[in-house]
Design a protein around this ligand. Structure first.
Ligand SMILES: Nc1ncnc2c1ncn2[C@@H]1O[C@H](COP(=O)(O)OP(=O)(O)OP(=O)(O)O)[C@@H](O)[C@H]1O
Length: 309
């Protein structure tokens, strides 16, 4: 049974496609990683699933409920952790969770036990009486995760829950997510760092420039990406226009210009690659360099979907 069904989801800002015909099915009980570089559309997709943003095209359902037509029913089923969130000063960790429990109409008598259990789950029992603004970043992230569990949702949508954390805090966050998985939650979790997710996800979907470019088990996606290589295309001018052009060409799985040249994930054969170079020159670009980036494929893959800030 699918917990989340996304069909041809499209979101446009001005002339910029944040999501372009994005489709994905997520089976109940799975941990699904949504990976992509900054600006790929992860937050946009998650905000739509969380009923906070209306799509311009396509549909999405959670637990069979439409996110646009039945938002109240969807909200009961989901726990959403946004990429940026605030904590209220002057509240202790316990009070903070009790506040959210009240917002979800959890009966007063049940709140103390619930908050105790949640703090234990996210490994913050010893911080129950600490003011939330005094918690470390990693602790705040885990408290935010506990917050989205107060109504015991079946589906969790977690937007970069491990971002900005040091390795130890990341490991603690991962452990909590593993535990939620054992509790049979369906979890959609985003990151722009592949290794961060690979070891805790059953499946991975890769978004690039609003498009789904890979989807499957971690092993399937890794195998499929073996077919791609990275091209470095350096031009004298109009890099942004070149990237737009490249993204429309066959065999191009994704392209970015973060390095100051076009970094292209390319699956075409050698003949098609030669034709691509001719097409670029025919359109008037002065090509300074056109080369395959040598080295480990995993490194190349990471160059596309790894840390780009
Ligand atoms: N409110 C907005 N107005 C205009 N453009 C927007 C808005 N929100 C997002 N975008 C654009 O939509 C695209 C997708 O953004 P989104 O935040 O979904 O990406 P992301 O994959 O979550 O990135 P990050 O890893 O940086 O959080 C980007 O090009 C972004 O600039």
């Amino acid at each position: 049974m699918n917990a989340i069904v996304i069909k041809s989801l499209t979101k446009i800002y001005g002339s910029n496609y944040a999501l372009r015909e994005f489709s994905l099915n997520i089976e109940a009980g799975r941990v699904y990683g949504l990976i992509g570089p900054n600006g790929a559309g992860k937050t946009t997709a998650m905000s739509i699933l969380a009923t906070l943003l209306a799509p311009d095209g396509g549909t999405a359902t959670v637990g069979g409920y439409d996110v646009v037509k039945e938002p109240a029913l969807v909200r009961r089923l989901i726990g959403y952790m946004p990429d940026f969130f605030g904590v209220y000063d002057g509240l202790k960790a316990t009070e903070y969770l009790e506040f959210y429990a009240a917002a979800y109409w959890i009966p007063v008598g049940e709140r103390p036990r619930l908050t105790r259990n949640l703090l234990e789950l996210v490994n913050l029992s010893d911080k129950a009486n600490t003011y939330v603004d005094l918690l470390s970043r990693g602790m705040k992230q885990r408290l935010a995760l506990a917050r989205c569990l107060v109504h015991d949702p079946a589906v969790l949508i977690l937007d970069e829950p491990a971002s900005g954390l040091d390795p130890r805090a990341r490991a603690e966050m991962k452990e909590v997510i593993r535990q939620l998985r054992r509790m049979n939650k369906t979890i959609l979790i985003s990151s722009h760092i592949l290794p961060e997710l690979a070891e805790m996800c059953d499946n991975i979907a890769i978004l690039e420039q609003g498009r789904l470019v890979a989807n499957g088990t971690v092993e399937e996606v890794a195998a499929a990406r073996q077919g791609a290589r990275i091209l470095k295309i350096d031009v004298a001018e109009k890099l942004t226009e070149l990237i737009e052009f490249l993204c429309q060409q066959p065999g191009v799985a994704g392209a970015d210009g973060d390095a100051g040249w076009a970094r292209v994930s390319y699956t075409g054969n050698k003949a098609a690659q030669g034709q691509l170079l001719r097409d670029i020159m025919d359109r008037g670009w002065t090509v300074l360099e056109f080369a395959e980036v040598k080295g480990n494929l995993e490194d190349a893959f990471m160059a596309m979907t790894g840390e780009v800030e």
